[in-house]
Design a binder for this molecule. Structure first.
Ligand code: ADP
Ligand code: AIR
Ligand code: ASP
Length: 260
């Protein structure tokens, strides 16, 4: 996958075309923005962490039945993905009240909901990503009713799976934002990224914030939080490595027996 040209430079990633029209390369930057780009900065090493974390989590989700754009990690910051036409919706799932929900509805941050709650925002920087409901999304023809139902189902499934992964690592998944896209045949898949830029992740014991809120709110220790939360996740990577190693050993011993 050598030939590429820059198609789009976003706030956190660059997107390159490849010689295959159905595949793209995304490259994760250390640039950080908040409040629709009003606040700008750099989080050293973020691109590498977000790339690797997103890939680990997407690979895991894919194995558990959620179709994703992930194809293959190419480098510390670069990943090959299936090209999709992005559904211009920010799909947000919340387990505990935080951020804009707490502000909008006057609910204390950290209040747990009886069941996860979902909201859509219109992915449109000029309009400031306004909140919208299913009827608005259908009226604006952002997605069909059937697509909205599918996206909603996937979003809750992703929440169940991610919540469990993080709970096993002593981390509370407070909320997150995902994006979906359409493959050329219309199949809806999970796209974009899953990282501390797009999830609120709190230490389960201390409730310390281990995500982009440290940058948004000038809490300090931003790089350290990204590094620590990634370290927690690589324990999960260990499981996968052990599984891979076992498979390899079995294959080698089968081959040795065949040769004998
Ligand atoms: P933004 O556009 O919000 O500044 P990024 O810097 O993360 O965000 O840029 C990545 C862009 O690529 C986003 O607009 C995202 O919707 C889009 N994108 C993510 N995955 C894919 C994909 N598989 N195919 C096409 N576009 C994608
Ligand atoms: N998010 C929303 N827009 C961009 C991003 N990354 C994510 C936040 C948070 C969740 O969506 O990182 O995890 C809800 O954000 P908010 O600000 O609506 O409370
Ligand atoms: N990434 C978005 C922005 O630049 C929103 C956020 O993460 O706060 O404004």
């Amino acid at each position: 996958m050598l030939i590429y040209r820059l198609l789009y430079e976003g706030k956190a990633k660059r997107v390159y075309a490849t010689q295959d029209p159905e595949l793209l390369i995304v490259s994760y930057k250390d640039d950080a923005t908040a409040f629709n780009g009003a606040k700008k900065g750099t989080i050293q090493g973020k691109g590498v962490i977000n790339n690797q974390m997103s890939n680990l989590l997407m690979a895991r989700l894919e194995r558990q039945g959620v179709p994703t754009h992930f194809v293959r990690e190419l480098g510390p910051r670069e990943t090959l993905v299936k090209r999709v036409s992005i559904v211009p919706l920010e799909v947000i799932v919340r387990n505990l009240s935080a951020g804009s929900f707490s502000k909008r509805y006057g609910v204390e941050e950290g209040t747990a909901f009886d069941e996860p709650t979902l909201e859509f925002s219109y992915k449109n920087d000029e309009l400031g990503d306004p909140l919208l409901n299913d009827d608005h999304a259908a009226a604006l023809k952002l997605a069909t009713r059937a697509e909205l139902a599918l996206i909603r189902g996937y979003a809750f499934q992703i929440n169940r799976l991610l919540r469990e992964i993080w709970a096993d690592r002593g981390v509370i998944l407070v909320d997150f934002k995902v994006e979906f896209g359409r493959l050329p045949d219309g199949t809806i898949v999970l796209a974009d990224e899953i990282s501390p830029d797009t999830c609120r992740l709190w230490d389960a014991k201390t409730r310390e914030k281990l995500d982009k809120d440290r940058f948004r709110r000038d809490l300090g220790g931003v790089e350290d939080a990204y590094r620590r939360v990634m370290e927690r996740l690589t324990i999960l990577c260990g499981d996968d490595l052990i599984q891979g190693h076992t498979k390899l050993c079995n294959a080698v011993s089968a081959l040795v027996q065949e040769v004998r």
